[in-house]
Design a protein around this ligand. Structure first.
Ligand code: ADP
Ligand code: TRP
Length: 333
């Protein structure tokens, strides 16, 4: 990426509990990156959350809870800007401008829309859900982002943002920086504990699917004990062992040990011993995050101040990009 200013942008929807998939696949990658880029921006994407029904009171609470989780996981408001998407009107305005440069065909190919709609009932879903990737492209392009750390499921959306940016640059001249997704392979898709063929997700049917960041020790032990394993008894990863591969990747990420070292440590020891050690590793890793979360969430005024400072800091960047694009398109007086 040469000498270009490095701008990181990422976001999570404030639509309920965050789980260790969100943490390992996204937030944990964000923390060291704060020191590696020139500008780090973390958004609480509330406009994305309303693409599916939300309870207004819960949504409001979840906005602050998600902000507190960012901070508890290590996002430092002194180094990074944290803000709430709906507090910057540039995002919706940019979405309209990008809408007029994107086709129904390319949006129809987005797999998340297909996953989130019930087959045969696509006509009943909202236009917002269909247009969700364009709102995400607006988030990314408004800040001239270069680095977008996400889990694997969002890669297609970042690529769409890049394609639209390229198209607009070709048509009107250089306006947008082309973004790149940043994806860590081993945790790009943390799989469900109850079904290692599907990604861990808060919208999964069973609470045994995921470990929430605020789960207590007993819940973590119970969920890991009940986690699906593969046939056999060896603690080994491999293409024919999807469940163990997933558990080993989780162990490795939380402990900092390599998968090979963990395999050696548990050679000949069986699943039971491995699982109780894994539960301990997760419990100990989440403890400081949970402690910090309680501290941060109890100071609502402090959180709002952080969000207001964040949104003011980044406003000029969004404003400038939007103004330039409108000018090039020929809008206004
Ligand atoms: P969910 O799928 O649980 O609703 P979100 O869509 O809000 O989660 O995802 C927020 C961030 O966390 C995104 O960057 C997404 O790619 C990442 N993420 C979500 N689930 C996983 C997972 N199981 N493994 C890795 N990353 C994930
Ligand atoms: N769509 C992302 C998700 O569900 C969240 C998101 C919105 C995002 N805007 C973004 C992620 C911009 C990265 C960059 O996970």
């Amino acid at each position: 990426m040469g000498n270009k200013k490095k701008v990181l942008f990422s976001g999570i929807q404030p639509s309920g509990v965050l789980h260790i998939g969100n943490f390992l696949g996204a937030i944990k990658q964000w923390v060291p990156m704060q020191d590696e880029v020139d500008e780090a921006i973390y958004c609480v994407v509330d406009l994305h959350a309303i693409t599916v029904p939300q309870d207004p009171k819960e949504l409001k609470e979840n906005i602050l809870k998600t902000t507190a989780t960012y901070i508890a996981c290590g996002i430092d408001p002194k180094k990074s800007s944290i803000f709430v998407q709906s507090t910057r009107p540039e995002h919706t305005e940019m979405t309209w401008l990008l809408n007029c440069h994107a086709s129904i065909g390319e949006l129809s190919r987005m797999t998340q829309f297909k996953d989130k709609t019930v087959s045969g009932k696509e006509q009943a879903s909202t236009i917002g859900l269909f247009d969700y990737p364009i709102l995400m492209a607006s988030d990314i392009l408004l800040y001239q982002s270069t680095h977008v750390p996400v889990g694997d499921d969002q890669k297609q959306h970042v690529e769409l943002a890049r394609n639209i940016a390229q198209r607009i640059n070709n048509k009107y001249g250089e306006i947008f920086t082309l973004p790149e997704p940043v994806i860590k392979k081993s945790v790009a898709r943390v799989m469900g504990l109850d079904d290692p063929t599907k990604k861990m997700s808060k919208s999964a049917g069973s609470g045994l699917n995921y470990i929430a960041l605020d789960d207590g020790a007993d819940d973590i032990k119970r969920k890991i004990t009940k986690a699906v394993t593969d046939s056999g008894s060896e603690v080994k990863s491999g293409p024919d062992k999807p469940a163990l591969t997933n558990l080993l990747n989780i162990y490795s990420e939380f402990s900092g040990k390599s998968v090979t070292d963990i395999e050696v440590e548990f050679a000949g020891k069986g699943y039971g011993e491995f699982k109780s050690s894994l539960a301990e590793v997760i419990i100990e890793s989440l403890k400081p995050i949970q402690k910090k979360y309680e501290e941060v969430i109890s100071d609502k005024a402090g959180l709002i101040k952080i969000l207001n400072t964040g949104t003011e800091k980044i406003a000029p960047i969004a404003h400038k990009t939007l103004r330039e694009l409108k000018e090039k398109i020929g809008l206004g007086l």
